[in-house]
Write a protein of this length. Structure first.
Length: 457
């Protein structure tokens, strides 16, 4: 492999090879891996468990990759400036989330293809700028809210503490120093509060969750339901004693079917919504009745500004859109022939521009094949505008001891603000068995079938 890597580096330095080939060439073929033993962790309290991990299969990112991700997060922040301006109702909104006048997303999750060992070996000798441009067009999306804290902190504990946990503790202390307040989780709907208790703490609504236990499990100082936060305001003279890490994603029922309606008593109250926004640490607090262009919750509207996707408005004809010069330029910049896209030879991934996370509402396929256009048009009528990307190649990993034991892998990486820039908190490599229905549908997410491996630097 060493001679091949040296040849690729020489070609890249001479500009004789498109940068994407340096990564994509290593994604195309099944890669044998020594996984080591699989361990079932039944100590993490969650209704989603037990969780399976591969403690001996550890992925190490070189500094060039970590620094490139930090550069892209800085661009992500800049792309949020006009989105935040459209979302704000008062000058006090998100007062904690600006540093020197610029918006800051404090904690982010970056979903991307699993980076092959051969590429990571190449990246050691590449410039940060080269890695940035390779990853820019290959990242699926960036999210500005972290979840599943217990899983992230404890799944790969070695000697009592994990790579992620030590860095997450520093991140939380940075938020406390920055705001001068303790930090609380805030669920803005009853459904979200119930889901968080069960999935992230293993608790029913009737179970007690003392502050000491909540802090130990999650790293946060408190957690509020909508009623609990309203009660806190009344008891504290109308002011929040906490900086608020708002969890605003819609319940799963809405993500599956956007026609389902959920009550928004908390954010529907203008006075309370302003107080939530004022102490929020997350750019995701929407007015429930706002027009789409004023919304931030689970937004992907930053992607066109970063060159990570193109925006397909809900009312625009798909074929006409694909023939536009700006659309063609985007696909060319991704290393994809736009005529191959139009002709159905290159696959597309379409995802809702607002209001969803994960794979909810995603449509993937080729023009003219298996009713792709009809499915996308139907979903656009229900969900509005979509983001289009090429269907990106993924890494296939094969157990070197059993070639029938194979997986499709993606990397989920987490970065946190340290007061000046971003620290790499760690990551998870999510391995979905390739024979599962979810893998065949192009979905890779946490499930009882998923294996987790640790990403560190």
């Amino acid at each position: 492999m060493g001679e091949k890597i040296m040849a690729e580096l020489e070609q890249l330095a001479k500009g004789q090879e498109t940068s994407f080939d340096v990564l994509d060439a290593h994604l195309g073929q099944p890669t044998p891996v020594s996984f080591g033993p699989m361990v079932v962790n039944d100590t993490i309290r969650s209704d989603m468990g037990p969780f399976k991990s591969l403690p001996e299969y550890r992925v190490v990112y070189p500094q060039t990759v970590v620094q490139a991700l930090a550069v892209l997060v800085a661009e992500y922040n800049a792309a949020f400036a006009p989105l935040v301006a459209a979302n704000q109702e008062t000058d006090a909104d998100y007062r904690h989330c600006f540093v020197n006048g610029a918006p800051i997303n404090f904690g982010v999750q970056i979903d991307m293809p699993a980076l092959p060992e051969a590429f990571l070996a190449l990246a050691v000798s590449m410039s940060v700028e080269q890695v940035v441009e390779i990853l820019r067009r290959r990242i699926f999306e960036i999210e500005n809210s972290l979840a599943m804290y217990q899983l992230l902190r404890r799944q790969f504990a070695r000697g009592g503490i994990s790579f992620f946990e030590s860095r997450f503790a520093d991140f939380m202390d940075t938020l406390r120093r920055h705001t001068g307040k303790p930090v609380a989780l805030l669920a803005v709907t009853d459904q979200k509060y119930e889901a968080m208790r069960s999935s992230e703490f293993g608790k029913s609504l009737h179970d007690k969750l003392p502050k000491e236990e909540l802090l130990d499990i999650s790293g946060f100082d408190a957690m509020f339901s909508p009623d609990g936060f309203s009660r806190h305001l009344r008891q504290n003279g109308g002011e929040s004693a906490y900086a608020l890490y708002a969890r605003t994603s819609d319940p799963v029922a809405v993500l599956r079917d956007p026609t389902v309606r959920v009550g928004h008593e908390l954010l529907g109250n203008n006075e309370v919504r302003h107080k939530v926004r004022r102490d929020a640490l997350t750019f995701n607090v929407d007015t429930p009745t706002a027009e789409p262009w004023h919304r931030l919750n689970d937004t992907k509207m930053y992607m066109p500004a970063m060159g990570m996707g193109v925006l397909l408005p809900g009312h625009v004809d798909l074929t006409t859109f694909l023939k536009r010069s700006a659309t063609k330029e985007y696909f060319e910049a991704c290393g994809v022939d736009p005529e191959a896209v139009i002709g159905g030879q290159a696959a597309l991934r379409a995802k809702p521009a607002l209001g969803t996370y994960g794979c909810y509402g995603h449509i993937h396929g080729r023009i003219g094949v298996n009713k792709f256009e009809g499915n996308l048009n139907r979903e656009r009528q229900r969900r509005g505008s979509y983001i289009l990307q090429p269907e990106l190649p993924l890494l296939k990993l094969v157990n070197e001891l059993d070639e029938e034991d194979s997986y499709i892998a993606i990397d989920r990486n987490f970065l946190g603000w340290n007061g000046n820039g971003y620290d790499f908190l760690g990551g998870f490599r999510s391995l979905m068995p390739d024979k599962t229905m979810e893998a065949r549908k192009g979905r890779n997410h946490g499930s009882k079938e998923t294996l987790w491996a640790e990403v560190v630097t």
